[in-house]
Design a protein around this ligand. Structure first.
Ligand code: FES
Ligand code: FES
Length: 163
């Protein structure tokens, strides 16, 4: 049995005909080709698969794609600001908050949601905001420090310099 519906991702409507039991993560990566969203635990533990749904961070491994019908999904590919890194992306890059990068898309999604509701979070508020995201590389210190830098909002960095 399949189900046919449109899924809105990063402002684009993708027509899908899929097994209704498939996760949003599986569909984003396998059907739509947006592989910036990472698969870590596939068990709602690590945050590597985080996306925004109607602006709220959600582990896409924990949601059926069909449950996102009629909602607005934003992946890491939709975070970039035109040809510029987002303020958060540039901040992490500048301050050494990226190592292997596997956790980075999910971290950026969570940080984007955090800064949207609290533009000037304290380090403790950042820790809470990222508490659903695991990193095996940095030990979190550089990530928290990067996001706590005043004006993490340096927006004007060309996208091709890395993300
Ligand atoms: S892959 Fe979804 S939380 Fe780990
Ligand atoms: S930078 Fe490697 S898992 Fe976080």
């Amino acid at each position: 049995m399949t189900r046919t519906f449109d899924l809105e991702v990063n402002g684009v409507a993708y027509p899908l005909t899929i097994d209704p039991g498939r996760s949003l993560l599986s569909v984003l990566r396998g059907e739509i080709g947006l592989t910036g969203t990472k698969e870590g635990c596939d068990d709602c533990e690590c945050g590597a698969c985080m996306v925004l749904i109607d602006g709220q961070p959600v582990n896409s491994c924990s949601l059926l794609a069909a449950q996102a019908e009629g909602r607005s999904v934003t992946t890491i590919e939709g975070i970039i600001d035109g040809d510029r890194l987002s303020e958060i992306q540039a901040g992490l890059l500048d301050e050494g908050g990226v190592q292997c990068g596997f956790c980075t898309p999910g971290m950026i999604i969570s940080a984007t949601a955090l800064f949207a509701r609290n533009p000037d979070p304290t380090p403790d508020e950042i820790r809470v905001g990222l508490s659903g995201n695991l990193c095996r590389c940095t030990g979190y210190g550089r990530i928290i420090e990067a996001l706590a830098v005043d004006g993490v909002g340096r927006a004007d960095r060309p996208a091709e310099s890395g993300s």
